[in-house]
Design a protein around this ligand. Structure first.
Ligand code: TMP
Ligand code: MG
Ligand code: ZN
Length: 192
């Protein structure tokens, strides 16, 4: 591989709470890859079946076809010598192995764009996202609008029957506005 090709590889992370437009931003970058006639592949974890199995979909229902993968090792199977970029949505749901896969592809010269939650409903970092944020060349941290006070939201509130979820509840609960809303630091509540 030529040196100038290698220097093009990089990691971009789009993070923030739910309803901040992370998937929208990922789709915007996908659109630009299409216009630039780049050879790229899009992935999402099998876990996220909210709107579609084989597309990434934003809350405002924009979509693009994606490979549904259950393990990070499956990503490599869809990457060829021609692939110039890969995009991954819901990165927080991947296994730890995804970090090595992403590093390897960026080192090879690919542009790797990932989107995902930085914090869980408790306000604790998602491990995979945190590690990728530290390794990324470019970070975009998006905010949503707090559904209580209308200010910038950096957190995701989980609500069970309208009540704040408990600190002991499992981290993974796939859902959308029936279970979650965007909140600012001050309006975010975790039942202790
Ligand atoms: P979104 O960021 O595209 O809106 O989707 C986030 C997904 O993550 C959604 O299915 C809900 C889920 N989720 C969890 O499993 N645990 C959490 O703590 C949070 C905040 C979201
Ligand atoms: Mg999304
Ligand atoms: Zn607020």
């Amino acid at each position: 591989m030529r040196n100038e090709d290698k220097s093009r590889g990089s990691i971009e992370v789009i993070c923030g709470p739910m309803f901040a437009g992370k998937s929208e931003e990922l789709l915007r970058r996908v659109n630009r890859l299409i216009y630039a006639k780049k050879n790229f592949v899009v992935f999402k974890p099998a876990l996220d079946d909210r709107y579609s199995i084989n597309e990434i979909v934003s809350h405002s229902k924009r979509s693009y076809k994606a490979f549904n993968v259950t393990k990070s090792s499956e990503i490599m199977r869809h990457v060829s010598a021609k692939t110039e970029a890969i995009c991954i949505d819901e990165i927080q749901f991947f296994d730890e192995g995804v970090i090595d896969v992403i590093e390897e592809l960026a080192d090879r010269g690919l542009r790797v764009i990932v989107a995902g939650l930085d914090l869980d409903f408790k306000g604790e970092p998602f491990d995979i996202t945190a590690k990728l944020l530290a390794r990324a060349e470019e970070v975009t941290k998006l905010t949503a609008i707090c559904m209580v006070c209308g200010k910038e939201a950096t957190r995701t509130q989980r609500l069970i029957n309208g009540e704040p979820a408990s600190i002991d509840d499992p981290v993974v609960l796939v859902g959308a506005s029936e279970s979650y809303e965007a909140r600012c630091r001050h309006c975010h509540v975790v039942k202790k």
